[in-house]
Design a protein around this ligand. Structure first.
Ligand SMILES: O=C(O)CCC(=O)C(=O)O
Ligand SMILES: [Fe+2]
Length: 305
């Protein structure tokens, strides 16, 4: 066992893990301690790590199979490693990158697929002098602090998640956006989900939801706004201020996050992300919705296409 130390950074989420070199193979005891800390703190911060793409991939695989990012436009992936999504505001091939404004509204990674990511490992390569923080919200607490009556209502509710609600998507190359939409038709997920490892329930909300099934647009918008405001209350949030070399690992099954655009956009911000493949399909395509839901779904989908 190494000298691994885990120090909480926030009440709702976040812990720093030091005394470990992620380039070295992880033994079973440390893997277990990291996994336990991850389940407890939702976001782990490993400071001062300088990993090559291959080293990042090898470390990430300790926590599950990696997504090959088929939901993403190929131009946004690392040329040699499709397990790595490159989030950059630098030009790529002389053109604005398809990820220059990624993550700018509250979301859970790949919620616009039927099998959202289990988690992600994001490694900071370059950052602006100030700003460009990322905030994470604990969706267990969000669920647990709702009234029993509201929780009961939400238990049976399903939401329509839609890739076209990614904030700022209209500023991206239209060909890339068309590709993203083609790869990711709208999907339906439950609003309350059970974490496969902890057994705890969490509130599966965010700003990439168009509405709820069987609920009018008006009701949906009010309810969604209330749930998102509640879920992202400052008390439930850990805000990470990045340093180059940080590797963050978050549990996507019980949290959501947002990348803030509060920085000088002429300064580079570059992050490499591995996504852990979701273990279970929690969603279904909207086009497969039951006939009873169809009419309302069609209204919503018509607004999308
Ligand atoms: O760039 C960031 O800080 C996070 C972007 C994001 O949402 C992600 O990598 O999943
Ligand atoms: Fe994200």
């Amino acid at each position: 066992m190494s000298t691994l130390t885990i120090t909480p950074l926030g009440f709702a989420a976040g812990a720093e893990v030091t005394g470990i070199d992620l380039r070295k193979p992880l033994d079973a005891a440390d893997r277990l301690r990291i996994n336990e800390a991850w389940l407890r703190h939702l976001v782990l911060v490993f400071p001062r790590q300088e990993l090559t793409p291959q080293e990042q991939i090898v470390f990430a695989r300790n926590f599950g199979a990696l997504d090959q990012h088929e939901s993403q436009a190929p131009q946004t992936l690392h040329a040699d490693h499709h397990e790595i999504l490159v989030l950059t505001n630098k030009l790529v091939g002389g053109k604005q990158s398809g990820t220059h404004n990624s993550g700018r509204n509250w979301h859970t990674d790949l919620s616009y697929t039927t099998c959202p990511a289990k988690g992600a490992l994001l490694h900071c390569k370059e950052k602006p002098p100030v700003g460009g923080d990322t905030m994470f919200a604990n969706l267990y607490i969000a669920y647990e602090t709702l009234s029993p009556t509201m929780r009961k209502l939400l238990e049976s509710l399903e939401a329509l998640h839609d890739v076209s609600l990614i904030r700022g998507i209209e500023q991206r190359d239209p060909a890339l956006v068309a590709d993203m939409k083609r790869r990711n038709p709208p999907v339906i997920h439950p609003v309350v989900r059970v974490h496969p490892e902890t057994g705890r329930k969490s509130l599966f909300v965010g700003q990439r939801i168009r509405g709820f099934l069987g609920v009018s647009d008006e009701e949906s918008q009010s309810l969604l706004a209330m749930l998102n405001a509640h879920a992202t209350s400052p008390e439930f949030v850990y805000r990470h201020r990045w340093s180059v070399g940080d590797l963050l690992m978050w549990d996507n099954r019980c949290s959501c996050h947002v990348a803030l655009g509060d920085f000088d956009q002429t300064k580079p911000r570059v992050m490499y992300r591995c996504s852990l493949q979701g273990q279970e399909v929690t969603g279904r395509f909207a086009t497969e919705a039951a006939a009873a839901d169809r009419d309302q779904m069609l209204q919503a989908v018509a607004a999308v296409s």
